[in-house]
Design a binder for this molecule. Structure first.
Ligand SMILES: Nc1nc2c(ncn2[C@@H]2O[C@H](COP(=O)(O)OP(=O)(O)O)[C@@H](O)[C@H]2O)c(=O)[nH]1
Ligand SMILES: [Mg+2]
Length: 235
């Protein structure tokens, strides 16, 4: 979906700003449209041609600002889109840093999605997860334990399907966004340790996806340190 409503360039204001973070095609714009309806504005990020989409979401009589950030696979920016995301998450570079983040995890590519989430969680902003594409995962015969995912991550996980199912519950949680937890033990920053953390989360949630059962580290029990089976990137 790309049906953003094109309005003026002025930034919206509200008493709370929540930004959607996630890889391309994770379902951000679908959710954005669902949360904001047509109450959205388009502009540009300062100094770049990257489009900025923000809209108002009315919950409990309050107008909250929702920002649909460009898709990014990591916070090690390469493209201008990715630079925008890292800048927005850095208060030193951005005037209206979000009060809280909703990180979309595509359930069909959970390993890669968790890599981005691990980096985002390092920022220490109040963060919750939206798990998308659980319908597609199920259709392919895959599965995961959502409650175990929430426990393993230490932050709230909201299942939203196609920007429709689960949106009411997510909306109801938005007014408390400032109190979303930054977990007491954020994921490790060092690359090999982060990979081990991701594998441990995948094991904990008993993640299976038919397309990747033969991929290294996908469903094989992993990982011992050092990893003699070479099923992960630990030496
Ligand atoms: N099956 C399924 N499709 C979804 C879901 N969420 C979004 N989509 C579809 O996935 C495509 C990409 O979604 P979009 O919101 O544009 O992703 P974005 O790049 O993160 O903004 C669109 O065709 C959506 O209709 C979901 O939970 N399940
Ligand atoms: Mg989009």
């Amino acid at each position: 979906m790309g049906a953003h409503h094109h309005g003026g360039a002025a930034a919206l204001s509200g008493d709370l700003r929540v930004a959607l973070v996630g890889s391309p095609n994770a379902g951000k714009t679908t959710l954005f449209n669902s949360l904001t309806g047509l109450r959205a504005k388009t502009g540009n990020y300062p100094g770049v041609t990257v489009a900025k989409y923000e809209g108002l979401c009315r919950v409990e009589g309050r107008d909250l600002v929702v920002e649909d950030l460009p898709g990014t696979y990591s916070l090690d920016p390469i493209s201008p889109d990715e630079h925008v995301v890292t800048d927005v998450l850095d208060p030193a570079h951005h005037s209206d840093t979000p009060d809280a983040l909703l990180v979309l995890l595509d359930a069909t590519s959970l390993r890669r999605s968790l890599g981005l989430l691990a980096q985002v969680m390092q920022r220490g902003l109040p963060t919750a997860v939206v798990l998308s594409f659980t319908d597609e995962l199920r259709r392919r015969g895959g599965s995961l334990d959502v409650e175990a995912l929430q426990r393993a991550l230490g932050i709230d996980v909201h299942v939203v399907v196609g920007g429709v199912e689960g949106v009411g519950e997510l909306k109801a949680a938005l007014p408390q966004a400032r109190s979303w937890t930054s977990p007491p033990f954020p994921p490790p920053t060092e690359a090999a340790e982060r990979t081990a953390w991701i594998e441990s989360v995948l094991r904990t949630v008993r993640y299976t996806t038919p397309g990747s059962t033969n991929a290294p580290g996908a469903s094989t029990p992993c990982c011992c340190t050092p990893c003699s089976a070479r099923c992960c990137s630990s030496p």
